[in-house]
Design a protein around this ligand. Sequence first.
Ligand code: C2E
Ligand code: MG
Ligand code: MG
Ligand code: MG
Length: 280
Amino acid sequence: RSKAAGRNCFTIYDEAMSAELEARNMLEGDLRDAIARCQFELHYQPFVDVASGQRCGFEALVRWRHPTRGLIPPDQFIPLAEETGLIVALGEWVLRRACEDAASWPSDARVAVNLSPVQFKEAELFDVICAALGDSGLPPERLEIEITESVLLERGIENHAFMERLKSIGIELALDDFGTGYSSLSYLTAFPFDKIKIDKSFISNLSHRPHSSAIISSIVTLARGLDMSVTAEGVETSEQFERLKGLGVNFAQGYLLGRPQPIERIAPEPPVAGSRLDAA
Ligand code: C2E
Ligand code: MG
Ligand code: MG
Ligand code: MG
């Protein structure tokens, strides 16, 4: 490869580009088929009340069961699904499946669903959510919608009104991946979130970067003042868990407390509200 690159790197560059384009087109075709054939799965990751150690809900995380390439994680196809608009159909499937699954749980555990900014632009989204709730029989109080701050950057006023509409029927709203991207504290006051999810990069830095503790504790203080709760994402060690407890974080999610798993693995040992940490 290096020999060829030395001879003519432009050729190599072009070839790499067209190979990438070809791979992308193939993936796009596969993705269309996958949506038509429902080749997706939801895996569920628990989140835990830090003070009591009890599981209170599960986040639905989509995976693509590709016929030849195996299980593909969302980071490898969500961006393409967004670019091509396929996310709208996929997102509707996710909402419906998550609501159906949660309605069948023998407890009142909540379910959290991630929504793409692209879905937020669809006028029908409210009806889609109501239909998913109505058809599954899941009470709206058990549904949490996770959005990232990119949703707030554009169409601020429309999105604000839409969020208020979701809240008016009892759905909770979480701000996902807080602290990454264009975070601004003004978003927290300007939009009606119930929950802030602190990005896992802050949690993994807890032990070796003292600043992370200070940042987390400021977020906790701010959230309290705004009547919001705080979730820590990506909790992997009990040391992190204890620190977060000390900092007053309300909920924790991460490999320590349970990895994302297919529904068969979280049921029939159900997400009982009183189930213990070590059962995760
Ligand atoms: P997210 O919503 O922030 O989800 C958390 C991600 O962190 C998940 O990755 C989860 O598996 C991973 N994670 C959880 N605990 C730990 C931990 O202790 N350590 C580490 N290193 N990672 C942990 P996943 O499942 O690959 O999902 C990645 C992203 O894809 C999600 O980030 C979300 O933004 C997006 N996504 C997933 N499902 C959907 C969906 O149905 N719709 C949309 N629009 N986006 C989705
Ligand atoms: Mg999320
Ligand atoms: Mg997140
Ligand atoms: Mg994320």
